[in-house]
Design a protein around this ligand. Structure first.
Ligand code: AMP
Ligand code: GLY
Length: 430
């Protein structure tokens, strides 16, 4: 049988991890645009993920029979629509479904209409009204730009002044451009966050094990928010009972709501959850895999991840999937000098040639290959070191062992990934 040819779209550690799982399942892989790590393993092409027409054309040129879309932007621009219309199977929703991530106002109204638990909110088109509402409602309060803002469009304000400043920045000064034309203002939720991925096909939805991300840049959850500094899974705070609640109260009503609205959703629905004493609510929806979450899910699921993606993309029935039940995975992000405010590029990375234990993977994020063949930093989140083992503690040890062998000027990482799970019994899987 001819091997599947799979084009992976994107350039982060998420895409490296997806490409690794897909190649592991015996496919030919091409990554567009890819990074220093993917280019060392598979062909790449210099087409940015948001250039959807060029991605479409390239998919046809190379005869891809499956395109796996990593980031949200090309999905919100209609890459899946374009590919499906030219007969190429694509993992990821069409533009309409991608609105769940592309517009927070759309997402919140959708949740309200379908009575899915989420923070109480209001949508604003005018700064004056938003500010008046904030003064009435008081702090803490959360201000969100409606559109995509590279993960930076959320301000959790602890004072009224901070919230008003956020309205001014987003809506008046337009620091995120048109993404701030509309704002969502919502109540603060308390509890613990978890990343809940569900792979969706025609008439089926398969939840993956829950993962916990660490969004703040410094240990003990201090410092500014980032795209994610490390993750582990399974996240024990999502007990089987919580998982059932998430499926019954959030995921199934969402998929039924989409169906009722005439929207077919293929791809992954990544629910950002806040869990308060076992009660889950939706913080956000994403229509793509999380990063660094994928660096945990890919080692845990391996080939099964590809089987799920292919069945979803082709409209086939859900495959039987397997995950070694006693496996844990943990991923540590190594970031560049100045991340997240102003990442420095061009620092040469040392230590990448050391032999790796079988249970450790190095997934590249923002790296580039230099003319002399060395690999250098090319953005904020540079490498994600992922390890799997039969206990979380062993996975942690393996991951950090490899982290300590890699270095570049200004490199920093969190040294406490999974600290709560490793110190608090209620965080451990039951
Ligand atoms: P979002 O992009 O909407 O997930 O927001 C990014 C981060 O902001 C989340 O991961 C949370 O840490 C935080 N956040 C967003 N909305 C709320 C909320 N209503 N209450 C508390 N934290 C929030
Ligand atoms: N790590 C969070 C995200 O990918 O959105």
């Amino acid at each position: 049988m001819k091997r599947d040819k799979v084009l992976v779209v994107g350039s982060g550690a998420r895409e490296h991890a997806l490409a690794w799982a897909i190649a592991g399942a015996g496919c030919d892989v091409v990554v567009a645009p890819g990074n220093g790590g993917t280019h060392a393993a598979w062909p790449g092409v210099d087409i940015t993920a948001s250039a959807i027409d060029k991605i479409g054309q390239f998919s046809r040129e190379i005869g891809a029979n499956l395109v796996v879309v990593g980031p949200e932007l090309p999905l919100t621009l209609g890459l899946a629509d374009l590919l499906e219309e030219s007969g190429i199977a694509v993992f990821g929703p069409r533009q309409q479904g991608a609105q769940l991530e592309g517009s927070k106002a759309f997402m919140k109204r959708f949740l309200a209409r379908h009575r899915i638990p989420t923070a109480p909110f209001q949508v604003f088109e005018s700064a004056a009204n938003a500010i008046e509402f904030i003064r009435q409602r008081g702090a803490p309060i959360v201000v969100k730009a409606d559109g995509l803002a590279g993960g930076k469009g959320v301000v959790v304000a602890s004072t009224v002044d901070e919230a008003i400043e956020a309205v001014d920045a987003m809506m008046v000064r337009r620091v995120f451009g048109d993404a701030g034309r509309t704002l969502v203002i919502e109540d603060l939720l308390v509890g613990h966050e978890a990343s809940f991925h569900v792979v969706c096909g025609d008439g089926w939805a398969v939840p993956l094990t829950a993962v916990q991300d660490h969004k703040r840049v410094f240990d003990s959850d201090l410092g500014p928010n980032t795209g994610g500094m490390g993750a582990y899974g399974p996240a024990g705070l999502v007990t089987p009972a919580v998982r059932d609640r998430v499926m019954d109260r959030i995921v199934m009503p969402t998929l039924e709501g989409l169906r009722a609205d005439g929207v077919k959703f293929r791809g992954v629905l990544f629910v950002g959850l806040m869990i308060d004493r076992g009660e889950p609510s939706v913080l956000e929806f994403n229509v793509r895999f999380g990063d660094p979450e994928t660096c945990v899910l890919a080692p845990l699921y391996g080939d099964s991840l590809f089987d799920l993606m292919r069945a979803s993309a082709r409209g086939e029935p859900a495959p039987k999937i397997t995950r070694a039940p006693d496996q844990h995975a943990l991923a540590v992000v190594m970031a560049s000098h100045g991340y997240p405010a102003s990442p420095r590029v061009g620092d040469v990375i040392h230590g990448l040639d050391e032999a790796l234990p079988r249970n450790v993977q190095i997934f590249h994020g923002s790296t580039a290959t230099r003319a002399d063949g060395s690999i250098a930093t090319a953005g904020g989140r540079v490498l994600t070191i992922a390890a799997s083992a039969s206990t979380l503690a062993a996975a942690r040890l393996s991951a950090y062992h490899t982290v300590s062998a890699i270095r570049w000027d200004g490199e920093h990482h969190r040294s406490d990934i999974a600290y709560q799970a490793l110190s608090t019994p209620s965080f451990l899987p039951v």
